[in-house]
Design a protein around this ligand. Structure first.
Ligand code: PHE
Length: 452
């Protein structure tokens, strides 16, 4: 992808689309709604939006500028700017290796649902036990995981990102439209209004440090931050492209899709299972259990459902491709292997690392790591531990070692930096302090030392 992509980002659209393709994925459609439902609805949404406009904006700008300034991806970028801080690049590179396997397990679930809808199983998919039965089986989750993983690897191997980009241009707008249509439909179901209120009206009594923690982890994940991806994409960006407004567009797109996903799912949870804490705190299964029920009641629901899972699959694929591409290029460079071999190595590694996540709700359901299933643990390790560490180090590096001026100069190569002051304050003071506090509390909580 390196060479192809470097030449293909001819203008702003190229960069924005590629970055948005990586950013918009399961994080928006699957992860955001279940976190919002679990962590207090409106208050989570509010915290998330505030964080996106401040932390998200500052970090994405910093990462993109580091990439564009050096013309290198994460490891090279940090190394070339300051040898002593090259380790941040390595640390950032570990994150996609942890996310990729379990991301593909969930991608496998989506593939299974698409297959079910295509093969006349829509009604069955809407039953209460369908999802639970599926993920507890010993073979099926692995089978679909493997299919999804291979599909991702094939695209990475063929390097058809030009094709992917072209398809993105068509698929992404359809995804947006379809999400809006389904969201509106959901909202008109009797009883949905309570869900809407829960989702958009902040209830400050539900605020806690876990809300911020979850929102921040989600922000990094959803915007593909703190793992070197935006640095790489920034390195493909031309100097005359307006960096600040590109970042703004990506944020808007990413947050917009997440918002609509919440509108599709949360009111529907209220319709089908009431707003009970159990229903809202369901976690990873939320999208898979609620949406098929919505489709079941919809006129032409099977067609809408099929289209929906097809688009989600596509959004997920563009993200997992960017994850695998990053890992493959690291393996290529680090071990001096050719692309084919690197791809194979990454495929096998992901398979081995993903199997525990695929079986973690069934056969290996009894195995828990600090009280979590494998998938939850990998999700926690990447989102709540490693990404905050990388984000913290990036802020320190940009704020105090490299100095914000370097980033500001890079942004101002193309246009005036409108939110310059905000950027400086966040990257130097607000972000490092908050991230550190959040990191410490999340780790203490996971080990049961702190109760929040
Ligand atoms: N941002 C993607 C999503 O929301 C996930 C992802 C994370 C993709 C990291 C690439 C890198 O689904």
């Amino acid at each position: 992808m390196e060479n192809n992509a470097r030449s293909s980002f001819t203008g702003k659209i190229g960069f924005v689309l590629a970055a948005a393709g990586s950013a918009v994925g399961l994080g928006n459609i699957w992860r955001f709604p279940y976190l919002a439902a679990k962590y207090g609805g409106g208050i989570f949404l509010l915290v998330y939006i505030i964080l996106a406009l401040t932390f998200g904006f500052a970090l994405m700008t910093a990462e993109t500028a580091l990439g564009r300034k050096t013309g290198l991806s994460a490891i090279g970028a940090f190394n070339s700017l300051n040898k002593k801080y090259g380790f941040i690049g390595y640390l950032a590179s570990v994150v996609p290796m942890i996310i990729l396997p379990y991301y593909c397990v969930i991608g496998g679930w989506v593939t299974k649902y698409l297959y079910a809808f295509l093969s006349g199983g829509a009604a069955e998919a809407a039953t209460d036990t369908y999802f639970g039965t599926f993920i507890t089986q010993p073979v099926e989750p692995i089978f679909w995981f493997l299919i999804y993983l291979i599909a991702t690897a094939v695209v990475v191997l063929l390097g058809v990102e030009k094709g992917v980009e072209k398809v993105s241009k068509i698929m992404m707008p359809i995804l947006v439209c379809l999400s809006i249509v389904i969201a509106i439909y959901s909202l008109f179901m009797p009883g949905a209004i309570d869900g809407l209120i829960y989702y958009i009206k902040p209830d400050f009594s539900k605020f806690s440090i876990t809300t911020v923690l979850a929102a921040m982890g989600q922000l990094f994940y959803s915007m593909s931050l703190a793992m070197g991806i935006m640095i790489t994409y920034g390195s493909y960006m031309k100097k005359e492209v307006n960096l600040e407004s590109s970042v703004k567009q990506i944020e808007l797109f990413d947050t917009g899709i997440a918002f609509f996903a919440g509108l599709m799912i949360i009111p529907a949870v209220f319709v089908f299972s009431g707003g009970t804490p159990e229903a809202l705190g369901k976690g990873p299964s939320l999208m898979f259990e609620t949406l098929p029920k919505v489709f079941e009641t919809m006129p032409a629901g099977t067609i809408v459902g099929t289209a929906f899972f097809m688009l989600v699959l596509f959004a997920a694929l563009t993200s997992s491709i960017s994850l695998m591409e990053t890992v493959v290029s690291i393996v290529c460079d680090r071990f001096k292997l050719n692309r084919k071999l690197s791809c194979l190595v990454v495929l096998i590694l992901s398979l081995v690392l993903g199997i525990p996540s695929a079986l973690g709700y069934g056969v290996w359901g009894g195995v828990k790591i600090i009280g979590m299933s494998f998938l939850d643990f990998f999700d926690f390790l990447s989102n709540s531990v490693l990404m905050p560490i990388v984000a913290f180090l990036t802020c320190i590096f940009v704020g105090y070692i490299l100095k914000p001026k370097a980033v500001i100069e890079e942004v101002e190569r193309s246009a005036t930096f409108k939110r310059k002051k905000l950027f400086q304050v966040i990257i130097k003071y607000v972000a490092p302090v908050c991230i550190l506090l959040i990191l410490i509390s999340s780790v203490l909580e996971a080990f049961g030392i702190l109760k929040i």
